[in-house]
Design a protein around this ligand. Structure first.
Ligand SMILES: Cc1cc2nc3c(=O)[nH]c(=O)nc-3n(C[C@H](O)[C@H](O)[C@H](O)COP(=O)(O)OP(=O)(O)OC[C@H]3O[C@@H](n4cnc5c(N)ncnc54)[C@H](O)[C@@H]3O)c2cc1C
Length: 473
């Protein structure tokens, strides 16, 4: 019998598999996707948010534990478990040497990459290179990997893991790590979680999925139905406003449109609906998907003028361009009169001080609602650009409740041999909101803990069995 079964093929699963193997366990990893689509959402990532008290290779200055914690506290509005959050934060300061050992390389951020040179370490070659390196290292160490292996059920004996099932096939192991992602790829479940709005719309029908199509939440649902303790609100997620022309799945990072804070955001009625300058873009980009999801037709329009060009990462697809505001409204299919009225009201309300996109500057509006509290400058310089944006769901926050050992809980009691990592438990730390690079920090911290614990649990069981055999022989 295999010692440790790891279910999933993304960052959390790979960290768990590598740690378990390094601890001497035999490991089998089951990835739902075919080999060419392996790596889940992790293949789309770029960086890891890292605590550090002094400059470290690609990271400048310092990003101490307390500041990281305050950032998390702010974006989650306090819906986080401080103990598990601090554990994640501390682990992020020590994991990079281990990552390098398994072939992950880091690079300084390119310009325009969300202003995160101080806080985030970027993967050379992105998440695709990271998962490829981990798979390579895992296989070299003797981890067995099976692709096209979607586990649909877990067999338990009380709170003890016994076996995983793929259809009629049954795979026993001494311990197990669940790292099969959230349910963001499951459009039916998203529909159910978001429900119908007051206008009779089903907002989730207009969501695009930024990452993998394989995170269907099958095991998450199965475990919750089997009595595992759950945490989080099913409608909470990391949800970004992305280019409405993005594909339904796997559009990845290049479909993001990062100019919201440099202009205004309008809804289908050509009206503003939220403070575009509330905070730095890395702390705010992930709230805009949800905000757009709450607007009629689940569509938003980011409007900028020529002054913004060159100040944000250029999107892959060019925006709609016009020399006048009425023309831009027409090209975007928005009511011309309302559009012009909205922009003129905004322009008149701007109190421009010293514009500086790298600090919370003093350019703000007065006398309009919603206010724009920073980086408010009139949209008065042609050409003007507009980008239609849709909610782009990254990952869901409903998950399984854990303790610091990454153990799955049943009725408040931790399982001895079933562990969980990554998106499947990220909701313990992320009740809502997001700050760039925390997803990989959670997956790396808990993946490594889960792998270590699963190996120890398997070793314990193996010793029990050997003792039994000695006793009976
Ligand atoms: C476009 C994009 C960009 C992102 N950028 C960043 C970033 O720069 N930094 C950051 O920190 N986070 C980023 N994230 C979030 C990050 O991807 C996740 O937080 C992290 O990858 C989660 O890792 P995971 O291993 O839990 O899930 P995943 O990497 O999604 O892995 C889940 C795995 O489980 C497999 N699976 C699913 N169901 C089953 C099943 N039933 N049986 C077997 N296998 C199954 C899937 O095929 C997949 O391999 C980004 C996400 C996206 C979509």
């Amino acid at each position: 019998m295999i010692d440790v079964l790891v279910i999933g093929g993304g960052n959390a699963a790979l960290c768990a598999a590598l740690m378990a193997r390094e601890a001497g366990a035999s490991v089998l990893l089951l990835e739902a996707a075919p080999r060419e689509w392996r790596g889940g959402n992790s293949q789309h990532t770029r960086n890891l948010r890292c605590m550090h008290d002094a400059p470290q290779d690609v990271l400048i200055e310092a990003y101490p534990e307390e500041e990281y914690w305050q950032d998390l506290l702010k974006v989650t509005g306090g819906i986080t478990n401080e103990h598990l959050a601090r554990l994640t934060i501390r682990a992020s300061s020590t994991c990079r040497d281990w990552m390098r050992k398994h072939g992950v390389h880091f690079q300084p951020p390119l310009s325009g990459a969300l202003h995160v040179a101080r806080t985030n370490a970027f993967f050379m070659g992105g998440g695709k290179a990271l998962v490829n390196a981990y798979f390579r290292s895992a296989e070299a160490l003797g981890v067995q990997v099976r692709y096209n292996a979607p586990v649909d059920a877990i067999e338990m004996d009380g709170d003890r893991f016994v076996a995983a099932r793929i259809g009629s096939e049954r795979i026993e192991a001494r311990s197990c790590v669940l790292a099969a992602g959230g349910f963001e790829s499951n459009r039916e479940w998203l529909r159910e979680a978001w429900g119908q709005n007051a206008d009779g719309e089903w907002p989730a029908d207009n969501f695009l999925i930024r990452g993998t199509r394989f995170n269907m939440g099958v095991l998450l649902k199965h475990m919750i139905e089997s009595g595992a303790d759950a945490i989080g609100d099913p409608s909470q997620s990391h949800c970004v406003a992305i280019d409405a022309r993005a594909p339904l799945y796997d559009g990845g990072i290049c479909t993001r449109v990062d100019c919201v804070s440099l202009g205004v955001m309008l809804n289908r009625n050509a009206e503003r609906f939220y403070d575009e300058g509330e905070d730095f873009w890395p702390k705010r980009y992930a709230i805009w998907g949800r905000l757009v999801a709450q607007q009629p037709g689940q569509i938003g329009y980011s409007i900028i003028d020529a002054k913004a060009v060159g100040r944000f990462m250029p999107p892959v697809f060019p925006g709609v361009r016009a020399d006048t505001l009425p023309e831009l409204a027409r090209l975007l299919g928005l009511d011309e009169a309302t559009f012009v009225r909205t922009i003129e009201a905004y322009n008149a309300a701007c109190r421009v001080g010293k514009f500086d996109h790298t600090v919370l500057d003093d350019c703000h509006t007065e006398g309009i609602s919603p206010a724009k509290t920073h980086w408010a400058r009139p949209l008065d310089t042609a050409p003007f650009y507009g980008y239609a944006l849709r909610p782009g769901i990254t990952f869901t926050y409903l998950g399984l409740k854990v303790n610091e050992h990454a153990a799955v809980h049943f009725g408040g009691k931790p399982s001895d041999n079933l562990f969980v990592a990554g998106e499947m438990m990220a909701g313990n730390v992320l009740g809502k909101g997001y700050t760039a690079g925390v997803g990989m920090a959670i997956g790396t911290a808990f993946g490594r803990i889960a792998g270590t614990r699963a190996a120890a649990a398997a070793r314990g069981l193996r010793n029990d069995i050997q003792e039994d055999q000695h006793a009976t022989s």
